[in-house]
Design a protein around this ligand. Structure first.
Ligand SMILES: [Zn+2]
Length: 221
């Protein structure tokens, strides 16, 4: 009843062009197709020591970028249904193209504890949680960010690397959960790859067999 009333008062609209759509959280087909871009990201020779493959599902621009920002900075949970719809739309392309082991463990890029406490959540976890459950992929917090780091914005790749060096680790009590595992390392935005490379390095050091990065978005085309 509530939904009927809600849909009557606020008919669901595409998050990109605001055209009316069938269900709340839905996109119109044209905007969804425009946002979707499942692709393998470029990694450097050095990054390939730890990252087997890096993938992004969409381009960090337009509605997809706005939805991520709304969730992350304005804590707007109503962005989540749109992101869920997006994940469903691109999942087939991802699983067909990426070399993901049949039983990976998903590990989100962690926030520094104080930052997560302030925000109230880790946005990457929220974005992927339900979707992973549907695919029977467990998500485990096997990484921690061991220190606060400067915002990466505006830093060169080399400065980012310096800023993040040694900032991630697998806690001693979690090492056994990482050893020999295939990890799907999750992030909301893949920018230069430095964050994921540092996380992958910590996972490999703890004995992970193979690390595949899955980012919701990236600016890299
Ligand atoms: Zn649209």
């Amino acid at each position: 009843m509530f939904d009927i009333l809600l849909n009557f008062l606020f008919p669901p609209r595409c998050p990109a062009c605001e055209r009316y759509v069938e269900v709340r959280g839905g996109w119109c087909a044209a905007c969804l197709a425009k946002a979707a871009a499942v692709r393998r990201l470029r990694t450097t020779v050095e990054e390939r020591d730890t990252i087997a493959e890096a993938w992004a599902l969409g381009i960090y621009e337009g509605a997809l970028r706005d939805l991520v920002r709304h969730l992350k900075y304005q804590k707007k949970m109503d962005a989540l249904p749109y992101l869920q719809t997006f994940l469903h739309a691109v999942e087939e392309d991802f699983f067909r193209a990426a070399d993901v082991s049949p039983h990976p463990v998903a590990v989100p890029v962690p926030l520094f504890a104080a930052k997560e406490k302030k925000r109230g959540f880790n946005q990457t976890e929220l974005i992927f949680k339900d979707w992973l459950k549907e695919h029977a992929i467990p998500m485990e917090r096997l990484l921690v960010r061991t220190r606060a780091t400067k915002p990466q914005y505006g830093l060169s790749k080399e400065e980012r690397r310096e800023n993040l060096r040694g900032a991630f680790s697998v806690p001693a009590e979690k090492q056994q959960d990482v050893r020999g595992r295939d990890v799907l390392l999750l992030d909301d935005i893949y920018t230069t790859g430095v964050t994921c490379a540092e996380c992958a390095r910590a996972l490999k050091k703890a004995g992970a067999r193979r690390v595949v990065v899955l980012a919701l978005t990236s600016g890299q085309k």
